[in-house]
Design a protein. Structure first.
Length: 216
């Protein structure tokens, strides 16, 4: 599944043939996706909405407005976790087709963008503040603030470690558990970190490339 922010659609690609199977129209500015409850959920930056896609039928359900904004989305602990435009993380829990999403919010750092779940926490990369917030899903509270500096755009949990990508310095490093690792230059501004095995793949732009980063 690929989010196309130019044509405002999500494209299904066959992993065996790499051919496009179908395209699904979604609200403006799809930027991120997560799988929850058998659906692919898409966050739409411009529309401030999240939309479920039925993976069997390949059809989009009714979008739900996320009042705090919908920048990126991750799934975990039975909910969607959506970063917003107002230093807020939203927990969005699907109820049913009629009731939509139950939403709860918690204030994190400045300019939250990247979000990931793992190790008992929800992790948020706060690009404007140069920090990473650890949020307890049970208490809906920030339990730890890691001062990483720079421009942390994306975050992932893999092999028991929390990885952070710096979009300006073009680096990736682990920030938890302590101590933080040395920043590794990946030669591209990471926009997404994908957990694979005990490490991550960093996908970036300027120039566009993907880079494997081992644990450390």
């Amino acid at each position: 599944w690929v989010a196309d922010a130019v044509d405002d659609e999500v494209v299904e690609v066959d992993p065996a043939t790499l051919k496009i199977e179908r395209s699904v129209a979604v609200p403006a500015g799809p930027t991120s996706m997560a799988v929850l409850g058998g659906d692919v959920w898409v966050s739409s930056l411009q529309a401030n909405e999240v939309t479920p896609i039925d993976v069997r039928a390949g059809t989009a359900g009714t979008p739900d407005v996320v009042s705090a904004g919908a920048v990126r989305v991750a799934a975990g602990f039975g909910s969607l976790w959506v970063t917003g435009a107002t230093n807020v993380l939203t927990r969005a829990t699907p109820l049913d087709a009629l009731a939509g999403l139950r939403q709860q919010t918690v204030t994190v750092g400045q300019g939250p963008i990247g979000v990931a779940t793992g190790g008992g926490s929800v992790w948020v990369a706060n690009a404007a503040g140069g920090t990473v917030s650890a949020v307890s899903p049970s208490a809906m509270a920030v339990t730890q603030t890691l001062h990483v500096g720079g421009d942390p755009l994306t975050v992932a949990v893999s092999g028991g470690k929390v990885y952070v990508g710096d979009g300006t310095a073009q680096t990736v490093r682990t920030v938890a558990p302590a101590p933080m690792s040395k920043a590794r230059t990946v030669g591209t501004g990471p926009r997404v970190l994908v957990p694979v095995g005990a490490g991550v793949w960093a996908g970036g732009s300027n120039p566009g490339r993907v880079v494997a980063v081992a644990q450390g």
